[in-house]
Design a protein around this ligand. Structure first.
Ligand code: NDP
Length: 274
């Protein structure tokens, strides 16, 4: 019987996840179908329960339900526990719901495998302190960078994150304007790009070998990556690869099979150009 999966969110119609996962299924020969699921803002839990009752095997979770999913799960992987947010739910053989967070693994894989960016011993500036940044901190720190500075508009949120992850590596917090020194990698994990805005960081953070990564993606280069190019950054990357790689990691969690991502990424990029 064909297994059923879905991405649950609100809104959800724009999601690329069904295209990505159905392409993975075709490529790997896994017998599954993946669709979108619109949950009412006040009844995420009910929608998930109904989906599972009707034979659903697993879910991806997106805005605004990642924290609801964290609370709903019966068990958490270590990385979901750290992230305090969940983007992957898996129905276990005993009927319980296991939760995972694959965003950070997706980011690290996109950087290190797809873009050959070595993170070991590097200075990393991470902009933002919301759910996405919390989700990527553990996998980034596991790469053993020289240090991570988290800068955020609300500095107290960056301080909380720095404290929560201090046991995993060298990490400090800052306001945007107070960031000191230059960085090998700057990751924009704020949603400022959505509004066409730039986090007001000093231009001195960019040096000639800096790589920048904007978790956001779209039809055009993001304002953040355009700004970085103007400051002389060596390489700029958008978040489409993270999206596809976090999906591949979720597919692996559910099916035990790791799909190839390059062709799926290419077809999404071609679609964007049309
Ligand atoms: P949250 O709402 O949890 O956090 C938003 C963050 O952005 C906060 O740190 C907030 O600062 C900051 N921010 C918002 N507006 C501005 C602004 N105008 N100037 C400066 N800082 C701002 O969002 P998420 O963490 O879930 O998502 C962040 C981004 O990452 C989004 O663009 C999302 O699309 C992207 N993302 C991409 C993924 C991918 O697969 N490519 C996966 C997950 C997320 P403050 O704390 O002060 O409010």
């Amino acid at each position: 019987m064909t297994d059923l999966y879905a991405v649950v969110g609100n809104p959800i119609a724009h999601s690329k996840s069904p295209d990505i996962h159905n392409a993975f299924a075709e490529q790997t020969g896994e017998d599954l179908f993946y669709k979108t699921l619109l949950a009412p803002l006040d009844d995420f839990e009910g929608e998930v329960a109904r989906f599972l009752e009707h034979g659903g095997s697993g879910l991806n979770v997106t805005v605004p339900f990642k924290e609801n999913a964290f609370r709903l799960a019966d068990s958490l992987t270590a990385r979901a526990q750290r992230a305090q947010a969940v983007n992957t739910l898996k129905k276990m053989p005993d009927g319980t719901l296991q939760a995972d967070n694959t965003d950070g693994a997706g980011l690290v894989r996109d950087l290190t495998v797809n873009h050959s960016v070595n993170l070991t011993g590097k200075r990393i500036l991470l902009l933002g302190a919301g759910g996405a940044v919390r989700g990527v901190l553990q996998p980034l720190l596991e790469q053993d960078p020289a240090g991570i500075v988290i800068a955020n508009r609300t500095v107290s949120k960056a301080e909380t994150l720095a404290k929560d992850f201090a046991d995993l590596g060298r990490i400090s917090a800052s306001g945007f304007a107070e960031v000191e020194g230059s960085f090998d990698l700057i990751i924009n994990g704020t949603s400022a790009s959505l509004a066409g805005e730039l986090p007001p960081i000093p231009v001195s953070v960019v040096h000639q070998n800096t790589t920048t990564y904007d978790m956001m993606y779209g039809n055009q280069k993001t304002v953040f990556n355009l700004w970085a190019e103007e400051q002389g950054a060596q390489k700029t990357i958008d978040g489409l690869g993270m999206l596809v790689e976090q999906a591949a990691e979720a597919f692996y969690v559910w099916r035990g099979v790791r799909p190839q991502t390059a062709r799926v990424m290419q077809s999404l990029r071609n679609e964007r150009r049309r």
